[in-house]
Design a protein around this ligand. Structure first.
Ligand SMILES: N[C@@H](CCC(=O)N[C@@H](CS)C(=O)NCC(=O)O)C(=O)O
Length: 210
């Protein structure tokens, strides 16, 4: 099995490197730099997949190209015989599934909107103030969840934690996540201290959120 991660600097795809390191699976990385002005991915990424977004996982043996972080996490977990996948307990399984979708489906959209609005002079900053309360609802929910269990799905680290890392790192860097939400900050510190996270960071290159 040859897995190639098409990895954009300072991006969501850092999560895939972290997952592969947690699982000790062999993989290769093709690194891409953002355009310095637009911050978009370079056009070469469109040669791998028409959307030109990262992450993209290429499985050369199977002749497959997979996009969407959650789908890539599922694919890798399957390849790893379920390690880091849905836990055995039914409630934990349901939470695992929820967070796999929640990270990109619910939490990332307002964070992305905030980023875009903050780049628009004057009007953007005013509009951004309306987005912050929406993000706060998510941050309060996550804080209550992490105050009641050590990992997102339950007692064990899983793909749910991998998925939630990027929105929470982004929230800390640009959306007011701070020590006033101690369980979430403790969880971030805990994932950042993991050896696999650190190795992934080293291999991935520039990542402004850790
Ligand atoms: N929901 C998708 C989002 C993919 C996405 O937007 N990736 C960003 C990286 S943070 C990207 O490639 N941005 C560069 C661009 O849009 O050109 C996923 O989770 O894979």
């Amino acid at each position: 099995m040859t897995l190639i991660v098409h990895h954009l600097e300072n991006s969501r795809s850092q999560r895939i490197l972290w997952l592969l390191e947690e699982l000790s699976l062999p993989y290769e990385i093709v690194r891409y730099e953002r355009d310095k002005t637009t911050m978009l991915a370079p056009p070469e990424l469109k040669k791998i997949h028409p959307l030109g977004k990262s992450p993209v996982l290429q499985d050369t043996d199977a002749g497959r190209v997979i996009i969407e972080t959650g789908a890539i996490v599922d694919y890798i977990v399957e390849r790893a015989d379920g390690r880091m996948g849905p836990p055995a307990h039914r409630d934990d399984t349901l939470r695992y599934r929820q967070y796999l979708h929640y990270a990109e489906g619910s939490m990332m959209p307002p964070l992305l909107l905030l980023l875009v609005l903050n780049r628009i002079p004057v009007i953007g900053k005013t509009a951004a103030k309306r987005i912050q309360p929406m993000i706060d609802v998510h941050l309060d929910y996550v804080e209550s969840e992490l105050a009641s269990r050590p990992w997102f799905a339950g007692d064990q680290i899983s793909g749910a934690d991998i998925m939630m890392s990027f929105p929470l790192e982004a929230a800390r860097s640009r959306a007011g996540l701070d020590e006033s939400r101690p369980a979430t900050i403790a969880w971030l510190d805990k994932i950042h201290a993991r050896p696999a996270y650190q190795v992934a960071l080293e291999k991935g290159g520039p990542y402004a959120y850790a």
